[in-house]
Design a protein around this ligand. Structure first.
Ligand code: SF4
Ligand code: SF4
Ligand code: SF4
Length: 247
């Protein structure tokens, strides 16, 4: 694990996702796909979109876990996109400098003009948050809607990531997690928000708010198929979810 230099501003923009109220509607994932496809010069690829075996590039994916509680079965939905880690090995392994973390706000991006499609970054990401676009031959990922949040041509109310503005349940929050006084930091403190797999040392910026604790076990019942398998990421996630349900 190689630490990146601390970014001077201390600003760390990210998401807070409430697992207690997410209803798994996929609206956030669909709006993300739409925003990053419509009007973009390199839209997110889909293959066989209306056929029997569709696959494609999705920057935000919802995993659904079934929690067996004896007589009862509980369903928990787990949205996942890039967590904009502080110690982002996806950046340090990149041989061309295409992957980078912005000093001013901590957002991790890919410069597609410099990307040679070697996929090293996707191997370095333990969360399976990178998406290789086979059609374009470049790596893609969540940009935290950098083209919305700083977009002065949009109304202020819309200067939020597309997943946040579209969530009908209010399960997604956006803000500066580097500022302990911000609304998102206070929400994390009040609700016992946590990092995904902190033992890996990546220090993700995004935080999750826990579902109400019960003595249950979780089983992954599926996520949209990706163009390139993300190694052990899905298996790790299922194992880790089992821990948060049983703690
Ligand atoms: S979640 Fe993965 S892709 Fe995103 S910054 Fe962390 S290591 Fe990199
Ligand atoms: S696929 Fe692109 S962004 Fe990823 S490590 Fe290779 S050159 Fe860097
Ligand atoms: S839009 Fe909101 S409720 Fe629906 S899956 Fe996404 S986070 Fe969950």
């Amino acid at each position: 694990m190689t630490s990146l230099p601390a970014f001077p501003s201390g600003r760390r923009l990210g998401l807070v996702i409430d697992l207690d109220i997410c209803v798994g509607c996929h609206a956030c994932a669909v709006h993300c796909k739409e925003w990053n496809t419509g009007g973009h010069p390199a839209p997110l690829t889909d293959r066989d979109a209306y056929g029997p075996d569709p696959v494609g590039v999705w920057l935000n994916r919802i995993h659904t876990f079934e929690a067996d509680e004896g007589e009862d079965v509980r369903t928990i939905h787990f949205p996942k996109s890039c967590l904009h880690c502080e110690n982002a090995d996806c950046v340090t392994v990149c041989p061309t400098g295409a992957s980078y973390k912005r000093e001013q706000d901590g957002i991790v991006l890919v410069n597609e003009d410099w990307c040679i499609g070697c996929k090293l970054c996707s191997w370095a990401c333990p969360y399976g948050a990178r998406e290789f676009d086979e059609t374009e031959g470049v790596m893609k990922k969540c940009t935290l809607c950098i083209d919305r949040i700083y977009n002065e041509n949009m109304q202020e109310v819309d200067r939020l990531p597309s997943c946040v503005v579209t969530c009908p349940a209010g399960a997604r929050h956006f803000g500066d997690l580097g500022d302990p006084r911000s609304a998102v930091s206070q929400l994390v403190a009040a609700r016992g928000g946590f990092d995904l797999m902190p033992e890996l040392g990546y220090k993700p910026t995004n935080k999750y708010l826990p579902p109400r604790p019960r003595k249950t076990r979780a089983r992954d019942i599926g996520a949209p198929r990706r163009l390139v398998p993300a190694g052990n990421a899905e298996r790790l996630l299922a194992k880790w979810m089992d821990r948060i349900f049983t703690r």
